[in-house]
Write a protein that binds this ligand. Structure first.
Ligand code: ADP
Ligand code: MG
Length: 586
């Protein structure tokens, strides 16, 4: 059913102008298509990536004004104007994004408000842009000398572009760069630890949203045949955001639903409200405000969720059985000094969480890191993997200093990890979550992904993800949503994800917590097997049987300080360690 939904919808929308449908509805359809293209960008940006922009209407304005200015004042080709308009929008998005996207929080929303206001006043005050009267007399759109500027022709053009954009967005979300974008909202730290540049992913999605808005603006200019600043104001930018939120933040088709509902409702209200209230005014914005609050309360994922309920979820067909295996990293020679932790220190304000701790891991070793809660083990992990910045000290990996490097660059060297508090993307399948680990082993970018030229690499990534899941005993759950798993399986999934990176050094933070006895044994077997393959391990674990049976050496921490280091029997025999665990003075 889902397979036929898109072609049927596409056919209906494209055939509409050739049917005896009144002009009014064709024109409505044009508006909805134009709005949907913009809010599609916002679904990707806000819904999927969690970034808010109030300035999309300004990007629409860039596309529209470029089209108007070039075709009216310079008699240039509309298609050249499209190219330039999109180019300008990309440039503006890159500048805005480069300034704000490295910072977290409210910088982007604020910057987009400033951008929206600035552009609005620029359009309104520039002589050459016609001030608030705008630019009139835009020629009709022509393609190879053929006039395609009528409302009915434009309906086909607008909807063809809208549908292609929806298809490209769907493709993007189901791809290597798309998974990176989907991890921005709730898993940025994890994504970075898997080698993903979250800044780049943010910039990508911000630029895509700007491009969609500019294309919509370009179409808008040829639809209206005149431009003035008012449709590109900040208020309109908020309305676009409203469409995306109402329709279904996070769902590509929610953009269309949101655009449709807002446009139709707006028209109805503009007729109905003055009759009810007795005076005219922009009362519909009040109604929209109330609706938005209701939707956020009762359908936070938007109206599309109600439609989606009727569409069965399609599992990704398992088409990767014969995929070629991904290349494997050459492992360090056993015994080589792999990791040297040299007097690392981490202070959180007055608290010294890690106090000049030093130890070493040689290639092929399994080293345990134990100590009571709050001893500083997880913080040590974060220092080694670049998740936290060192206060002092240095970390060497294969002889090279990695202290101060970004965690994605440390991941690139072959250091992978799991987190004590599972970090995953709950609304991705287990398989997709694990495939995130394979990010650095692929290379497909957003353009190839949108054009579906990534299937060969995707098959290889998914084959690897399934192989790692199978290894950890989770292959039968690969199509489940990660958020639906219990804690134990979620931890196993994280291990599979870390293995998918093809690590030389693997850091596991309490991997056996929440596992049943049988699962622990199986996990122990896998870790031993990994050691046999030349992977080195650093293991934080509270289950002493598990640690003692598995490790070559153990580092014991207490209150941020290294208490001792030795073989499992030495550690077990130590009175100091026993005292630390029992919490008594020693
Ligand atoms: P462990 O993993 O050994 O249980 P942690 O490394 O998580 O210990 O924590 C060590 C100490 O550092 C604890 O006292 C903890 O409260 C503190 N700590 C950890 N992370 C932070 C942080 N981001 N900000 C402030 N204090 C922290
Ligand atoms: Mg911890």
């Amino acid at each position: 059913m889902r397979r036929f939904a898109f072609p049927l919808f596409a056919l209906a929308m494209l055939a509409l102008p050739f049917l005896p449908v009144p002009d009014f509805w064709i024109s409505q359809g044009n508006y909805i298509g134009l709005y949907a293209i913009v809010s599609l960008g916002l679904v990707l940006l806000t819904g999927v990536a969690g970034l808010t922009s109030f300035g999309q209407a300004a990007f629409v304005g860039v596309g529209a004004y470029t089209a108007a200015f070039l075709t009216v004042k310079l008699a240039a080709s509309p298609w050249l104007a499209l190219l330039l308009g999109v180019g300008l929008a990309v440039a503006a998005a890159l500048v805005l994004g480069a300034i704000t996207l490295r910072m977290s929080g409210h910088y982007l929303p604020l910057a987009t408000i400033a951008w929206g206001l600035a552009l609005y006043f620029t359009m309104g005050n520039m002589e050459f842009l016609g001030k608030y009267d705008g630019i009139l007399g835009i020629p009709t759109l022509k393609l190879w000398g053929m006039d395609i500027g009528s409302e009915r022709h434009l309906h086909v053009v607008i909807w063809l572009i809208a549908l292609l954009a929806a298809l490209a967005s769907t493709h993007l979300l189901d791809s290597r760069p798309g998974r990176a974008i989907r991890s921005l909202k709730s898993g940025a730290t994890m994504a970075e630890a898997m080698g993903i540049s979250t800044f780049r992913a943010k910039l990508t999605v911000f630029v895509i949203a700007a491009v969609l808005a500019a294309i919509s603006g370009w179409l808008f200019a040829f639809f209206q045949r005149t431009v003035n600043p008012s449709p590109f104001s900040l208020a309109k930018g908020i309305e676009y955001l409203f469409m995306a939120v109402l329709g279904g933040v996070g769902h590509v088709w929610g953009a269309f639903l949101g655009a449709g509902v807002v446009k139709l409702l707006e028209d109805q209200l503009q007729v109905l409200l003055p009759k009810l209230i007795g005076t005219s005014g922009n009362f519909e914005s009040i109604v929209f405000g109330v609706i938005l609050v209701l939707v956020l309360k009762y359908a936070p994922d938007g109206l599309w969720t109600f439609v989606a309920r009727w569409l069965p979820r399609a599992d990704r067909p398992r088409d990767w059985a014969n995929a070629e295996a991904l290349p494997v990293r050459a492992k360090p020679t056993p015994g080589e000094a792999l990791l040297q932790v040299q007097a690392v220190r981490k202070e959180f304000g007055g608290l010294v969480a890690v106090n000049d701790v030093s130890f070493e891991i040689r290639a092929g070793e399994i080293v345990g890191l134990i100590g009571p809660n709050g001893a500083g083990k997880s913080t040590t992990f974060n220092l080694i993997t670049g998740v936290l910045a060192l206060t002092k000290g240095q970390v060497l990996y294969r002889g090279a200093a990695i202290g101060g490097m970004a965690s994605r660059n440390i991941a690139r060297l072959g250091v992978s990890r799991t987190f004590q508090h599972v970090k995953m993307i709950p609304d991705m399948t287990v398989l997709e979550n694990v495939a995130l680990g394979g990010y650095l082993r692929g290379s497909v970018g957003p353009l190839r992904a949108m054009l579906r030229l990534d299937r060969e690499e995707e098959r290889r990534l998914f084959a690897e993800a399934e192989r790692q899941l199978a290894r950890i005993g989770m292959a039968d759950r690969m199509h489940e949503l990660a958020g639906n798993l219990a804690l134990g399986p979620q931890r196993l999934m994280e291990i599979a994800r870390a293995l998918c990176t093809d690590p030389a050094l693997l850091l596991l933070d309490e991997p056996a917590a929440g596992l049943r006895h049988k699962e622990k044994q199986a996990l122990g077997d896998v870790l031993r097997q990994l050691k046999g393959e030349g992977v080195s391990l650093l293991l934080v674990e509270h289950d002493m049987d598990f640690v003692m049976g598995l490790t070559d050496r153990i580092v014991v921490m207490e209150f941020g300080t290294k208490l001792m280091e030795g073989t499992p029997p030495e550690v077990q025999a130590s009175p100091a360690v026993r005292a630390a665990y029992l919490g008594t003075e020693h």
